[in-house]
Design a protein around this ligand. Structure first.
Ligand code: UT7
Length: 329
């Protein structure tokens, strides 16, 4: 992959809705406690989209900032990929809705469905387009409004999720920088562990699907936890090997923010000190496709990476899927 032109991040932006839902707020809604949520997940609060905000609205805010930071106009974009499992609607795609809102007239646009791994899948897809010369640049946004598909009577899931968007513009970068490797994978056999069953061609929306709460996230938390710990380890090893690097070469680790305990187990395996790990699950909870870009962009805004730093992103999620990448900043 490195024989082709180097492709990396040239602009970043993020957005979270204003409204904050704290653990204390949730104590008033379901049988839970701040102590349980913090000790089992590390989450303290999450942001929730306003009633009139849809996924494309969150994406728009992050996109505007990413374009500004790249010094680009929307018309300059060749490609828009939105990674999400909560599109505004089934179709048109949220990417097409955003293309119109931005006025990105020259851009191809599509949505990508790989749940929490979607952003890394999107980076790999767009990088391939640019490396092969089909396009020169792309806007990739990981964005989800999980609050819209969360059952706020189910304490097993409702404490875990939040809304947000993280965006990057990618394009050609100087030699030696940019994406060094990707490791994407799927285990479809585990799909039933984390799903939203109804509203598609298998189970179209009906009074029954509403009655049975099949328009909400279902998750077998314990099994997904085991999968997560396993693939965070294997994907990290594989993506480092593909880049010809070892764990000691990594300056910043940007993991999917689902549960602090999953992040800590990866830190232990890699023997990484906390200052090399981006953690914001406490503020945003699990924002699905937005999780890795929110962490990446926040770290960039806080000045945590400098030119030439090696960054390892790794995530896992519904599908089941995983995705990892090594990026030289
Ligand atoms: O983005 C990808 C997706 N998801 C994930 O990465 C999630 C992976 N899984 C997890 O993070 C964890 O499995 C959870 C946070 C979901 C659950 O933590 P756990 O330590 O695996 O708890 P558990 O499922 O073993 O449940 C322990 C107990 C249960 O009670 P019993 O059956 O032992 O009496 C639950 O009913 O905790 C109970 N419980 C709660 N108690 C208070 C579950 N949710 C809550 C809650 N408040 N919100």
């Amino acid at each position: 992959m490195n024989k082709l032109r180097p492709v990396g991040v040239i602009g970043t932006g993020k957005y979270v809705p204003e409204k904050i839902l704290t653990n204390k707020d949730l104590e008033a809604i379901v049988e839970t406690s701040d102590e349980w949520i913090v000790s089992r997940t590390g989450i303290q609060e999450r942001h929730i989209a306003a009633p009139d905000q849809a996924t494309s609205d969150l994406a728009y805010e992050a996109a505007i900032k990413a374009l500004k930071s790249a010094g680009m106009k929307a018309e300059d974009l060749d490609l828009i990929i939105i990674a999400t499992v909560t599109p505004d609607m089934a179709f048109p795609s949220t990417a097409c809705i955003l293309q119109d809102k931005l006025g990105a007239k020259g851009a191809a646009a599509f949505d990508l469905s790989a749940a929490c791994s979607g952003f890394v899948y999107g980076l790999a897809t767009a990088t391939s387009f640019i490396k092969t010369g089909i396009y020169n640049n792309a806007l990739i946004i990981g964005v989800d409004c999980l609050s819209r598909i969360t059952d706020y009577t189910d304490r097993n899931t409702c404490v875990l999720f939040g809304d947000g968007a993280g965006a990057v513009v990618i394009g050609e970068v100087p030699e030696g920088r940019g994406f060094q490797s990707f490791d994407l994978g799927a285990e479809g056999a585990g799909g039933g562990l984390l799903k939203l069953e109804a509203g598609g061609s298998r189970l179209p929306a009906s009074a029954d699907t509403i009655e049975n709460k099949q328009h909400y996230i279902y998750m077998n938390g314990r099994e997904v936890f085991k999968f997560a710990v396993r693939v965070m380890g294997t994907a990290t090893v594989d993506v480092l090997e593909k880049a010809g690097l070892t764990k000691d070469d990594i300056d910043l680790f940007v993991p999917h923010q689902a549960n602090i305990r999953i992040i800590q187990s990866a830190m232990q395996r890699l023997d990484l000190p906390e200052e090399k790990v981006v953690i914001n699950v406490n503020k945003y909870a699990n924002t699905s496709a937005a999780s890795i870009p929110l962490a990446l962009v926040e770290a960039a805004e806080e000045g945590r990476m400098k030119e030439g730093d090696r960054i390892l992103m790794v995530g896992f999620g519904g599908g089941l899927t995983w995705g990892a990448s090594v990026l030289v900043w």
